[in-house]
Design a protein around this ligand. Structure first.
Ligand code: F6P
Length: 254
């Protein structure tokens, strides 16, 4: 019955939390693998947790991707967060405008009635252009804000796939995979131990900032990403994980 299901789920949450050694795990019943529309419930669970810990005056950094796109769509509140600022955790300028962090930021901010800043800067730049651009007052202003992140909400990807989605040159994709990267989050490609294996010329949140934020909320669905998530928790234990039940079971198996 339902009560038993709920008990089972909270036991599973606790087991996964213990295995990963992180702050909190929140699960949505069911399997994303067999029911992809479950991503909406996972995103909603993430949005509810986010609203429960959000304080007015917080700086919120968020990433792009389809998971975070759903997250922004599902936020629902009557409160006005007039002193909150939402920023993209990284630059973005690709083809999939809808799921770009800038778009996710704008949607989230609208739902919160907050301020926001965008980052109109490509993900990958030459060293010289990077230096020049990051000195631009507007861009510098956003980057300074990102460095003050209180809450980071992010999606997780599979390293090779993300390198391809970002249209990195094929040599770079191969290098990332050969160096043992399995996961990717906010532009950082990491191996099983959570070590950053590839330092790209990229702009956005720094690892040190990530390690010091008050709240970091990882949202993913699908057993394919389970090992990437586990690797991620080796970078920082101060993390809340939101995922689906089957992915949680896979985490316990790995
Ligand atoms: O590109 C932004 C990003 O958040 C990546 O850091 C992450 O790996 C990916 O999107 C997740 O994408 P999706 O939610 O579509 O699987």
């Amino acid at each position: 019955d339902m009560m038993n299901d709920i008990m089972g789920l909270s036991t599973l949450q606790e087991k996964v939390r213990e295995k990963l050694g992180i702050k909190k795990v929140l699960l949505v019943p069911g399997s994303y693998d067999s029911n992809p529309s479950l991503i909406k419930d996972v995103a909603k669970c993430g949005a509810e947790y986010f609203l429960s810990i959000l304080k007015d005056e917080d700086v919120v950094s968020i990433t792009g991707g389809s998971t975070m796109f759903e997250f922004s769509n599902t936020i629902k509140t009557d409160k006005k967060y007039e002193n909150v600022t939402v920023v993209p955790a990284r630059g973005s300028m690709g083809k999939d405008v809808e799921i770009q962090s800038n778009n996710v930021v704008a949607t989230t901010s609208k739902k919160l009635n907050s301020h926001y800043k965008l980052l109109h800067i490509p993900d990958e730049l030459g060293e010289e252009s990077m230096k020049t651009l990051t000195q631009e007052p507007q861009i510098k202003n956003t980057l300074d804000m990102i460095a003050k992140t209180d809450i980071l909400v992010f999606g997780i990807g599979i390293a090779g796939e993300m390198a391809i989605r970002r249209k990195l040159p094929i040599e770079k994709v191969e290098e990332i995979v050969e160096k043992g990267a399995i996961g990717e989050a906010f532009g950082h490609y990491f191996n099983e131990k959570g070590e950053i294996v590839c330092k790209l010329n990229t702009v956005g949140i720094h690892l040190e900032t990530f390690k010091n934020v008050r709240e970091s909320i990882a949202i993913f669905a699908g057993t394919r990403k389970a090992d990437a998530l586990i690797a991620m928790t080796n970078i920082n234990k101060n993390m809340v994980l939101i995922t689906d039940e089957e992915s949680a079971n896979r985490i316990l198996e790995l």
